[in-house]
Ligand binder design. Structure first.
Ligand SMILES: Cc1cc2nc3c(=O)[nH]c(=O)nc-3n(C[C@H](O)[C@H](O)[C@H](O)COP(=O)(O)OP(=O)(O)OC[C@H]3O[C@@H](n4cnc5c(N)ncnc54)[C@H](O)[C@@H]3O)c2cc1C
Length: 260
């Protein structure tokens, strides 16, 4: 961490699977700091319902972690479904997020889960994953871990069958006072992820109407979510279908994170 304060312009290297592409794209860093051997960044824990995943955890490790499998099994399944075998062993959680590429999937998956990024060695201590594309937050230093609050989480699922056009990550959470909040994050290779949300008075997931909630969520997609590969009308239709599909699974199967 002292090194990052000394060299705020330094580029951080984790698994280097994306960095190689960045070098080809013209990146020529003067200082490169490798964090590969910092063992603490590989830890995964779940204390009092706060799931903490170290930034150096690879896609393969994340998909097999006992802590994740026992608390949010569908997160492990979603994580294990991305990339290729070789990249799953090489690529890390931190690299997937901090590469800040629209086509990468962990920002979509983790934003719906309300995940927070924890940093050290920069000007910022924590940021929600959903803020990845906000205006430049300055020197963030090293991403050390991602945390997810699990006690209020009733259901999580991820749909990537229409990738690269559209992906949807969806959670249902119990509100502190009453009701349920459904959060869907719509991703695509061509546009930044969009967070869509609906609060229902329902007391149980089975009371949610998948068609109605899917339509309400999809209608929130802003016009700029359209692009040359799909008009906004088509994208809203697609997101509505994917949300409805996930909610149909959620209402039919209430176990936490049960959708693979
Ligand atoms: C062939 C191929 C297929 C792929 N398919 C998919 C796919 O289907 N879905 C998908 O989501 N992704 C996919 N990816 C992307 C892959 O998941 C990422 O390349 C990988 O997660 C990046 O991790 P890394 O450790 O190699 O990052 P690096 O290459 O080391 O770093 C990437 C960026 O993140 C920064 N960084 C890394 N770690 C930290 C940290 N702890 N703190 C601060 N900054 C950090 C680096 O400075 C750099 O800018 C694919 C990649 C390839 C090459």
């Amino acid at each position: 961490m002292a090194l990052t304060r000394q060299h705020p312009e330094a580029v951080i290297a984790a698994g280097c699977s994306d960095l190689v592409a960045q070098f080809r794209e013209g990146l020529e860093p003067e200082v490169l700091i490798s964090i590969q051997r910092i063992r603490e960044l590989r830890a995964i824990s779940n204390e009092d319902g706060l799931l903490r995943i170290g930034s150096l955890v690879s896609h393969a490790e994340g998909s097999r972690s006992p802590e994740i499998l026992s608390s949010v099994p569908a997160l492990a399944a979603a994580w294990g479904s991305i990339a290729t075998v070789r990249i799953r062993y090489r690529g890390t959680l931190g690299g997937n997020l901090l590469a800040r590429r629209y086509r990468y999937e962990m920002p979509v998956i983790l934003s719906a889960l309300g995940a927070q990024m924890q940093f050290q060695g920069g000007d910022i201590a924590a940021l929600p994953v959903s803020s990845l594309w906000d205006p430049d937050p300055g020197n963030v230093g090293i991403l050390t871990a991602v945390t997810i609050d699990t006690p209020s989480l009733l259901w999580f699922g991820y749909e990537r069958s229409m990738r690269p056009l559209s992906t949807v990550s969806l959670t249902v959470r119990k509100n502190p006072q009453a009701g349920l909040t459904v959060t869907a994050v719509c991703g695509s290779e061509y546009r930044q992820p969009f967070v869509l949300s609906h609060t229902a008075e329902a007391t149980a997931i089975t009371e949610l109407d998948p068609a109605f909630v899917g339509e309400v969520l999809a209608a929130q997609l802003p016009d700029e979510a359209g692009d040359y590969s799909g008009s906004i009308d088509y994208r809203r239709h697609l997101v509505g279908v994917l949300c409805r599909r996930l909610l149909a699974e959620a209402t039919g199967n209430q176990r936490k994170g049960s959708q693979p």
